[in-house]
Design a binder for this molecule. Structure first.
Ligand SMILES: *[C@@H]1O[C@H](CO)[C@@H](O)[C@H](O)[C@H]1NC(C)=O
Ligand SMILES: *[C@@H]1O[C@H](CO)[C@@H](O)[C@H](O)[C@H]1NC(C)=O
Ligand SMILES: *[C@@H]1O[C@H](CO)[C@@H](O)[C@H](O)[C@H]1NC(C)=O
Ligand SMILES: *[C@@H]1O[C@H](CO)[C@@H](O)[C@H](O)[C@H]1NC(C)=O
Ligand SMILES: *[C@@H]1O[C@H](CO)[C@@H](O)[C@H](O)[C@H]1NC(C)=O
Ligand SMILES: *[C@@H]1O[C@H](CO)[C@@H](O)[C@H](O)[C@H]1NC(C)=O
Ligand SMILES: *[C@@H]1O[C@H](CO)[C@@H](O)[C@H](O)[C@H]1NC(C)=O
Ligand SMILES: *[C@@H]1O[C@H](CO)[C@@H](O)[C@H](O)[C@H]1NC(C)=O
Length: 535
């Protein structure tokens, strides 16, 4: 009796142990493990700061789509201003340039541009002698200006037939400068100050023009990430890569202008290399049509966020997900598909995002019952728990959190110790809370061993890396470092590992999650029961 009882207790406890210890690992990864990934950032979705040399041969390469400029009359010493930020008249009367005085360039060619106001209208001048207004909703001939640029950032602006714009003494802009201006102080000369830039796929392709861009991107896609990198990752215990892609990959042979085909072949290569090294792939739709966050890594044209504004963008995005799911669902290296990277909380409401996530989930499930479907948190002022309250499916789903001690004024002047404490005091409880919420697993899909501390020592960086690995290891799905290679050394995973700034072995420690503790207790109880029986 006692023997049978103890046998069943042991079987029961052993089953509990299996559930608690094995049940927590990520399906598809070897052993009882979680995702330990690196992002392949700046590869199939371009970011100028990751590899500045990609942009260096563009003529007038600091005047690309989305470049923000302010223009000051050299005679009036005032800035050009769109009243109300656009939609009305234009004056040359501001001393301190702010939003109304900032224009986003749309590049037609290296010397032909359109100027977009903060509110989205374009500067327009209907012809000779006419005044410039900021009333055009979309650009055509009357909104297209020819620029001449001097070495010291002085510019002239003229109409197509050669008439120059000048700042008149009553503070309006008119197309009536007589003749051709020199570079002295005259009413047709303006000082151009560049206050913002974008360097993404849109800027690169439109800046070079199709043929040159194709050559530049072909070389980049073939050389920036290679099979050797997968060898490096494998040797350092990395079991997954997160690969950002742009929506145009779905029409790779002939993507909409100005985007350039060829990223699909590179993605295929990544899957083969991954398979050879027993590494899994997460495909991350990083750039969606219209842009979901206005940043260069969403391939935004000029910084505006338009993804959510049109049902067509959303259905094109779902088409891209369908394309990726249908192509890679059966590939043994596929671990998951992330539906949309970093939608901006200020622009993309949950009313739009949650139905999109639900549809995306269904589409992936049409092709795979096991691939993880990953929902990225909104960036800006949004609590990731909102995605747990949204009742998204919990069958192989994941919520992706991006943890940077940067990009928020809170971190500007923190000491290294305060940065480390932040990981323990703020990040750790958040991961724990979401781990134990019902629903998707938790993934720290982007983090970096960099901060806004000036001149941190090697030991400071090692401490920061260690605490991040310890805390992010507890995330139920795992983590992914941003990014594999980067011009800025501390963002560069390979550099950080080779130079010992990031010590990965701390990531190998068994994490002390409550689940692991429970599983150890159950195992001990089972052993105790067997021991009692044997004696
Ligand atoms: C622009 O329009 C506003 C409002 O109609 C007016 O007050 C202002 O004087 C105008 N400025 C110029 C430079 O025409
Ligand atoms: C531009 O065209 C207008 C007529 O549309 C003409 O009056 C003017 O002289 C032309 N300007 C130049 C510089 O050719
Ligand atoms: C503005 O006034 C100055 C000084 O009176 C004059 O030299 C200049 O020609 C005027 N400019 C325009 C565009 O009327
Ligand atoms: C996005 O949100 C920001 C902040 O609310 C706002 O300033 C901006 O105009 C929005 N952009 C678009 C295109 O909706
Ligand atoms: C999610 O499900 C819970 C419980 O079924 C329900 O109370 C809640 O209203 C649902 N939330 C949404 C956003 O559907
Ligand atoms: C770092 O801090 C400075 C202010 O000290 C701030 O201007 C800058 O934007 C911060 N950098 C980042 C990436 O957050
Ligand atoms: C950080 O320090 C800089 C320089 O001392 C200062 O200008 C800035 O206001 C500080 N930022 C914050 C958020 O405290
Ligand atoms: C950081 O180091 C650089 C070069 O070693 C030095 O010029 C700079 O003053 C240091 N900055 C601080 C804040 O210590």
């Amino acid at each position: 009796m006692e023997l049978i009882f103890c046998k069943w207790v042991s079987v029961f406890l052993f089953s509990c142990w299996l559930i608690f210890s094995v049940g927590h690992s990520v399906e598809g990864l070897h052993g009882n493990s979680r995702v330990r990934a690196v992002n392949l950032g700046g590869w199939l979705v371009v970011e100028g700061w990751i590899k500045p040399s990609l942009f260096e041969d563009i003529p007038n390469g600091d005047m690309l789509d989305g470049t923000q400029v302010q223009l000051k009359s050299v005679t009036l010493h005032k800035y050009i201003s769109a009243q109300n930020g656009g939609g009305m008249n234009v004056s040359v009367d501001r001393d301190n340039p702010l939003e109304w005085e900032t224009f986003k360039l749309w590049r037609v060619s290296e010397s032909v541009f359109q100027f977009r106001t903060a509110q989205g209208q374009f500067l327009t001048c209907s012809g000779d002698g006419d005044t410039v207004f900021a009333t055009a909703e979309s650009p055509s001939d009357s909104e297209t200006f020819y620029l001449e640029r001097n070495f010291n950032n002085r510019i002239h602006i003229k109409l197509k037939n050669g008439t120059y714009i000048q700042a008149s003494n009553d503070s309006v802009l008119t197309a009536d400068f007589p003749g051709t201006p020199g570079w002295d102080d005259n009413p047709a000369t303006f000082e151009m100050v560049i206050v913002g830039k974008l360097q993404g796929d849109y800027q690169l392709a439109n800046g070079y023009g199709h043929d040159k861009a194709k050559a530049v991107l072909k070389k980049h896609r073939n050389s920036f990430i290679t099979v050797d990198d997968f060898d490096f990752l494998y040797r350092h215990g990395i079991n997954t890569v997160r690969i950002p892609v742009g929506w145009w990959i779905a029409s790779d042979a002939n993507p909409p202008a100005p985007f350039i085909g060829g990223s699909l072949e590179a993605l295929d290569n990544a899957f083969s290399w991954a398979q050879a090294y027993n590494i899994k792939c997460i495909i991350d739709l990083h750039a969606a049509p219209g842009s979901q966050n206005g940043m260069e890594h969403s391939a935004s044209k000029d910084g505006t966020v338009n993804w959510q504004k049109s049902p067509e963008h959303i259905s094109q995005t779902l088409d891209a997900i369908e394309f990726l799911a249908s192509r890679y669902a059966v590939h043994p290296a596929l671990l998951g598909i992330e539906l949309l990277n970093e939608p901006a909380a200020a622009n993309v409401s949950l009313d739009i995002l949650v139905p999109f996530y639900k549809q995306g989930y269904k589409i992936v499930r049409k092709y795979s019952s096991t691939a993880y479907v990953i929902f990225c948190q909104r960036i800006g002022d949004a609590d990731p728990s909102e995605l747990y309250q949204a009742n998204l499916s919990s069958l192989n789903t994941v919520v992706d959190l991006h943890y940077y001690n940067l990009f928020n004024r809170y971190f500007d002047n923190l000491t290294s110790l305060a940065n480390i404490q932040f990981i323990n005091i703020v990040r750790q409880p958040q991961i724990q809370a979401l781990n134990s919420a019902n629903g998707p697993l938790v993934f720290v899909g982007e983090w970096v061993n960099e901060w806004n501390v000036t001149n941190g020592s090697l030991a400071d960086y090692q401490d920061f890396g260690r605490v991040q690995l310890d805390v992010y290891n507890a995330a139920s799905f795992g983590w992914s470092y941003w990014t594999l290679k980067c011009e800025k050394k501390h963002w560069d995973f390979e550099w950080s590992v080779r130079n010992n700034y990031l010590q990965l072995q701390s990531g190998m420690y068994v994490s002390n999650s409550p689940r692991k503790r429970i599983s150890r207790v159950i195992l001990l109880l089972g052993l105790a029961c067997i021991w009692t029986f044997l004696h």
